[in-house]
Design a protein around this ligand. Structure first.
Ligand code: ZN
Length: 177
């Protein structure tokens, strides 16, 4: 299976059907685990990017939120939302087939608070300097929700680079099993 060609074909087919020119194929062990084209035009859901939909399908299929052992093919270098979702699911590799600079002359997706050319720069700013109006309303009771979670789930914090150690992965305690 040529995953690159599959990604291009999916996106091209989506354009034929009135959709937007983006697609994602998630490959594992030489086969397609999940795939999707962008569905924003078809569903009016602005988060229905190909990456998001394919990641959801792959994680549902495997019953895990971790896509280690997969390679994710995307038609275009991911937007900040999708880049975030790619970090969250931990694939072995992400392969992109076009850069923003190469597709921007042929595609428009300007929004109230960003243009394709400024989107990454917006994320790097302090929240008060972003075009998206954001307001910080500090509440002790809101922090207390996290203390409550810690009470129920333990206080272990992961250090960057350490292996995942969620409570679901813990060794059974003495007497278990
Ligand atoms: Zn995206």
């Amino acid at each position: 299976m040529d995953f690159v060609q599959r990604t291009i074909d999916l996106a091209r087919q989506n354009v034929t059907e009135g959709g937007r020119p983006f697609a994602t194929v998630i490959a594992k062990d030489g086969a397609v685990l999940a795939e999707s084209a962008n569905q924003v035009a078809q569903t009016s859901d602005p988060t229905a990017h190909a990456e998001i939909l394919a990641i959801r399908a792959a994680c549902t299929r495997l019953g895990t939120e971790h896509l280690t052992g997969t390679t994710i093919y995307v038609l275009a270098h991911p937007c900040p939302m999708c880049l975030g979702s790619l970090y969250y699911c931990s694939p072995d590799e992400v392969v992109f087939l076009t850069t923003r600079e190469s597709y921007e002359p042929h595609y428009v997706d300007d929004r109230k608070y960003f243009e394709l050319g400024t989107f990454y720069a917006e994320f790097a700013k302090e929240y008060g300097e972003r075009r998206l109006p954001m307001r910080y309303e500090p509440r002790e009771a809101a922090v207390a929700v996290y203390a409550y979670w810690q009470e129920r789930n333990g206080g272990e914090r992961r250090v960057a680079g350490a292996p995942a150690a969620g409570h679901a992965n813990r060794e059974p305690g003495p007497g278990a099993g």
